[in-house]
Ligand binder design. Sequence first.
Ligand SMILES: Nc1ncnc2c1ncn2[C@@H]1O[C@H](COP(=O)(O)OP(=O)(O)OP(=O)(O)O)[C@@H](O)[C@H]1O
Ligand SMILES: [Mg+2]
Length: 156
Amino acid sequence: MQSLTLFVPDETAMTALGAQLATASRGHGTVFLEGDLGAGKTTLSRGIVRGFGHVGAVKSPTFTLVEPYELGAITLYHFDLYRLADPEELEFMGIRDYFDGNALCLVEWPRKGEGVLPKPDLTITISAHEQGRLVELRAGSSSGETWLGALAPVDQ
Ligand SMILES: Nc1ncnc2c1ncn2[C@@H]1O[C@H](COP(=O)(O)OP(=O)(O)OP(=O)(O)O)[C@@H](O)[C@H]1O
Ligand SMILES: [Mg+2]
Protein backbone atom coordinates (compact mmCIF):
# COMPACT_ATOMS: atom_id res chain seq x y z
CA MET A 1 0.00 0.00 0.00
CA GLN A 2 1.39 3.38 -1.05
CA SER A 3 -0.62 5.74 1.10
CA LEU A 4 -3.28 5.90 3.74
CA THR A 5 -5.15 8.81 5.31
CA LEU A 6 -6.65 8.43 8.75
CA PHE A 7 -8.80 10.73 10.85
CA VAL A 8 -7.37 10.72 14.36
CA PRO A 9 -9.87 12.33 16.75
CA ASP A 10 -7.72 13.04 19.81
CA GLU A 11 -4.35 12.74 21.52
CA THR A 12 -5.09 9.26 22.90
CA ALA A 13 -5.87 7.95 19.42
CA MET A 14 -2.72 9.65 18.12
CA THR A 15 -0.60 7.84 20.70
CA ALA A 16 -2.33 4.56 19.85
CA LEU A 17 -1.52 5.06 16.15
CA GLY A 18 2.10 5.62 17.17
CA ALA A 19 2.13 2.28 18.99
CA GLN A 20 0.80 0.55 15.87
CA LEU A 21 3.53 2.19 13.81
CA ALA A 22 6.14 1.03 16.30
CA THR A 23 4.98 -2.56 15.88
CA ALA A 24 4.75 -2.27 12.09
CA SER A 25 8.27 -0.81 11.75
CA ARG A 26 9.94 -3.40 14.01
CA GLY A 27 12.35 -0.68 15.01
CA HIS A 28 14.18 -0.06 11.74
CA GLY A 29 13.87 2.66 9.15
CA THR A 30 13.24 6.36 8.67
CA VAL A 31 10.02 8.28 9.26
CA PHE A 32 9.55 11.93 8.30
CA LEU A 33 6.93 13.86 10.28
CA GLU A 34 5.55 16.94 8.55
CA GLY A 35 2.92 19.47 9.56
CA ASP A 36 2.64 22.95 11.05
CA LEU A 37 3.70 23.97 14.54
CA GLY A 38 1.42 22.15 16.96
CA ALA A 39 0.16 19.67 14.35
CA GLY A 40 0.92 16.64 16.54
CA LYS A 41 4.32 15.40 15.30
CA THR A 42 5.74 15.03 18.80
CA THR A 43 2.54 13.42 20.07
CA LEU A 44 2.75 10.75 17.38
CA SER A 45 6.49 10.31 18.02
CA ARG A 46 5.73 9.85 21.73
CA GLY A 47 3.28 7.10 20.81
CA ILE A 48 5.95 5.36 18.75
CA VAL A 49 8.59 5.60 21.51
CA ARG A 50 6.10 4.38 24.14
CA GLY A 51 5.06 1.63 21.75
CA PHE A 52 8.48 0.09 22.33
CA GLY A 53 7.87 0.14 26.07
CA HIS A 54 9.40 3.49 27.07
CA VAL A 55 7.60 4.82 30.16
CA GLY A 56 9.38 8.14 30.81
CA ALA A 57 8.94 11.54 29.22
CA VAL A 58 9.24 12.05 25.46
CA LYS A 59 9.92 15.69 24.71
CA SER A 60 10.85 17.07 21.35
CA PRO A 61 14.62 17.70 21.23
CA THR A 62 14.19 21.23 19.94
CA PHE A 63 17.56 22.47 21.20
CA THR A 64 19.65 19.30 21.08
CA LEU A 65 18.29 18.28 17.62
CA VAL A 66 18.29 14.58 18.51
CA GLU A 67 17.23 12.44 21.45
CA PRO A 68 18.45 8.82 21.50
CA TYR A 69 16.47 5.97 23.08
CA GLU A 70 17.65 2.45 23.83
CA LEU A 71 14.48 0.39 24.08
CA GLY A 72 15.43 -3.23 24.65
CA ALA A 73 17.00 -4.40 21.41
CA ILE A 74 15.75 -1.30 19.56
CA THR A 75 17.66 1.92 19.04
CA LEU A 76 15.49 4.91 18.21
CA TYR A 77 16.57 8.47 17.36
CA HIS A 78 14.03 11.26 17.58
CA PHE A 79 15.08 14.36 15.65
CA ASP A 80 13.54 17.82 15.71
CA LEU A 81 15.27 19.91 13.07
CA TYR A 82 13.14 23.04 13.53
CA ARG A 83 16.13 25.05 14.74
CA LEU A 84 18.61 23.69 12.23
CA ALA A 85 20.07 26.69 10.45
CA ASP A 86 21.85 24.78 7.67
CA PRO A 87 21.48 21.14 6.54
CA GLU A 88 25.29 20.91 6.62
CA GLU A 89 25.14 20.96 10.43
CA LEU A 90 23.82 17.42 10.11
CA GLU A 91 27.07 16.38 8.45
CA PHE A 92 28.99 17.72 11.45
CA MET A 93 26.72 15.67 13.73
CA GLY A 94 27.75 12.53 11.88
CA ILE A 95 24.28 11.99 10.48
CA ARG A 96 25.22 8.86 8.55
CA ASP A 97 25.85 6.92 11.75
CA TYR A 98 22.27 7.54 12.86
CA PHE A 99 20.76 6.49 9.53
CA ASP A 100 22.81 3.31 9.05
CA GLY A 101 19.66 1.17 8.83
CA ASN A 102 19.87 -0.42 12.27
CA ALA A 103 17.88 2.20 14.15
CA LEU A 104 14.43 3.70 13.77
CA CYS A 105 14.81 7.43 13.01
CA LEU A 106 11.88 9.80 13.52
CA VAL A 107 12.43 13.24 12.01
CA GLU A 108 10.29 16.29 12.77
CA TRP A 109 10.81 19.19 10.31
CA PRO A 110 12.71 17.05 7.76
CA ARG A 111 12.67 19.87 5.19
CA LYS A 112 15.27 21.67 7.29
CA GLY A 113 17.64 18.82 6.48
CA GLU A 114 16.79 18.55 2.80
CA GLY A 115 19.69 17.36 0.66
CA VAL A 116 21.47 15.70 3.56
CA LEU A 117 18.84 13.38 5.04
CA PRO A 118 18.30 10.01 3.35
CA LYS A 119 15.02 9.11 1.69
CA PRO A 120 12.34 8.11 4.22
CA ASP A 121 10.51 4.79 4.34
CA LEU A 122 7.42 6.71 5.40
CA THR A 123 6.36 10.37 5.28
CA ILE A 124 3.60 11.35 7.69
CA THR A 125 1.79 14.64 7.14
CA ILE A 126 -0.47 15.88 9.92
CA SER A 127 -3.09 18.61 9.55
CA ALA A 128 -5.89 19.96 11.72
CA HIS A 129 -9.34 18.63 10.88
CA GLU A 130 -12.43 19.44 12.94
CA GLN A 131 -11.44 18.81 16.57
CA GLY A 132 -8.82 16.23 15.59
CA ARG A 133 -6.18 15.60 12.94
CA LEU A 134 -5.89 14.12 9.49
CA VAL A 135 -2.83 11.91 9.30
CA GLU A 136 -1.61 11.10 5.79
CA LEU A 137 0.95 8.31 5.58
CA ARG A 138 2.91 7.90 2.35
CA ALA A 139 5.30 5.03 1.72
CA GLY A 140 8.71 5.90 0.27
CA SER A 141 10.06 2.35 0.09
CA SER A 142 8.87 -1.23 0.03
CA SER A 143 9.34 -1.36 3.83
CA GLY A 144 7.03 1.63 4.17
CA GLU A 145 4.45 -0.12 2.00
CA THR A 146 4.64 -3.16 4.24
CA TRP A 147 4.13 -1.00 7.34
CA LEU A 148 1.03 0.58 5.84
CA GLY A 149 -0.32 -2.84 4.95
CA ALA A 150 0.08 -3.83 8.61
CA LEU A 151 -1.73 -0.69 9.80
CA ALA A 152 -4.68 -0.56 7.45
CA PRO A 153 -6.87 -3.38 8.78
CA VAL A 154 -6.77 -1.93 12.30
CA ASP A 155 -8.63 1.26 11.40
CA GLN A 156 -10.66 0.37 8.37
N1 LIG B 1 -5.14 13.68 16.94
C1 LIG B 1 -5.20 14.79 17.69
N2 LIG B 1 -6.36 15.44 17.87
C2 LIG B 1 -6.41 16.57 18.61
N3 LIG B 1 -5.34 17.12 19.22
C3 LIG B 1 -4.15 16.51 19.08
C4 LIG B 1 -4.02 15.34 18.31
N4 LIG B 1 -2.71 14.96 18.32
C5 LIG B 1 -2.06 15.88 19.06
N5 LIG B 1 -2.91 16.82 19.51
C6 LIG B 1 -2.56 18.00 20.31
O1 LIG B 1 -1.79 18.88 19.51
C7 LIG B 1 -0.92 19.65 20.34
C8 LIG B 1 0.44 19.87 19.73
O2 LIG B 1 1.08 18.64 19.59
P1 LIG B 1 2.64 18.44 19.31
O3 LIG B 1 3.48 19.09 20.32
O4 LIG B 1 2.74 16.95 19.17
O5 LIG B 1 2.85 19.18 17.91
P2 LIG B 1 4.15 19.25 16.97
O6 LIG B 1 3.66 19.00 15.59
O7 LIG B 1 5.21 18.36 17.48
O8 LIG B 1 4.59 20.77 17.09
P3 LIG B 1 6.05 21.43 16.87
O9 LIG B 1 6.15 21.72 15.40
O10 LIG B 1 5.98 22.68 17.67
O11 LIG B 1 7.09 20.48 17.34
C9 LIG B 1 -0.91 18.96 21.70
O12 LIG B 1 -1.61 19.79 22.59
C10 LIG B 1 -1.67 17.67 21.47
O13 LIG B 1 -2.44 17.32 22.58
MG1 LIG C 1 7.22 18.71 17.96
